[in-house]
Design a protein around this ligand. Structure first.
Ligand code: FPP
Length: 270
């Protein structure tokens, strides 16, 4: 399904697969997830996702890992579509970490091909749906053809004002912070001479101008941050689900937002 081309009905009843009786994951009682349950005045402005479990999904289905990643792209399309429909302004997806460079060459190459294909295929839909693309991470490490497609997509979608899709590619939070420090040190009049605080420092990060995530979702039953948005998640609410990324759909997103809306955010206040 292309992003936004076949909108899933908003307000319909959604069945949370993770909670289906007998489902491999979850184990809670099944319930119906209704998009109308969401409080539109308290939607997270920015959702970040650690898309995990492609490999386990493939293993569970007796398939190759790359098939799991391919199925993961469908979940990406579905999630971008759903966020756009619900009215989420920023969506950040952890698509490739710096640590992922140590995976077998064939898997890296398959992931890069999927990414390039995704950028080429989804560009018209992003334009049509007012979605602008941004990338964070050490982009220079990506293969040339991927960098070209990425820059082309970023440039062509730059006027999109309905939603920002941010892809974290060759990304690690610690690396981003170190690169920010290097940028400061490389300045003619280093920021340290002008004075530096958290707000000024944020401007040197890849996420400059992007609000911090309100909600972070991690799939596949892992409970780690894995070097993702270390600076930006200081006050982010976390939602963990057992669902493997290729199975993640709109009903799971709604469930995560619903969970978020039931939290009390105090930002260190009382
Ligand atoms: C984690 O699963 C997932 C990744 C390392 C890559 C995520 C990539 C995609 C969803 C597809 C390409 C993305 C875009 C934006 C087109 P894993 O392989 O670590 O799974 P495992 O922990 O079960 O082995």
């Amino acid at each position: 399904m292309d992003i936004g081309k076949q909108p899933e009905p908003c307000g319909a009843l959604y069945f949370s697969r993770a909670n289906r009786p007998g489902a491999a994951a979850g184990g809670r009682n099944f319930h119906l997830m209704d998009a109308n349950k969401l409080d539109e005045s308290r939607l997270p402005r920015h959702i970040a996702v650690i898309m995990d479990g492609n490999g386990r999904w493939a293993k569970r289905n007796a398939m190759r890992r790359v098939t799991g990643h391919r199925a993961g792209v469908e979940a990406v399309r579905s999630t971008v579509t759903a966020c756009r429909e619900i009215g989420i302004k920023y969506l950040t997806l952890y698509a490739f970490s710096i640590e992922n460079w140590s995976r077998p060459k064939a898997e890296i190459s398959a992931l890069m091909k999927l990414l390039e294909l995704f950028l080429k295929k989804e560009l018209p839909t992003m334009l049509e749906r007012g979605i602008s693309l941004r990338a964070i991470g050490d982009i220079e490490r990506l293969p040339g053809n991927v960098r070209i497609s990425l820059r082309d997509c970023i440039e062509k979608t730059s006027r999109g004002s309905d939603m920002v899709l941010i892809l974290a590619l060759s990304y690690s939070g610690r690396d981003e912070i170190v690169r920010a420090v290097r940028k400061i040190l490389a300045e003619k009049k280093p920021a340290r001479e002008r004075g530096i605080d958290t707000e000024i420092f944020s401007r040197y990060l890849d996420t400059a101008g992007i609000p911090d995530p309100d909600l972070l979702i991690r799939t596949s039953g892992e409970y780690r941050i894995s070097n993702f948005l270390l600076w930006q998640t200081a006050y982010t609410e976390f939602h963990f689900t057992e669902v493997l990324w290729p199975d993640f759909r709109k009903e799971h997103l709604i469930e995560a937002i619903f969970d978020y809306q039931n939290r009390e955010r105090r930002f260190g206040n009382i």
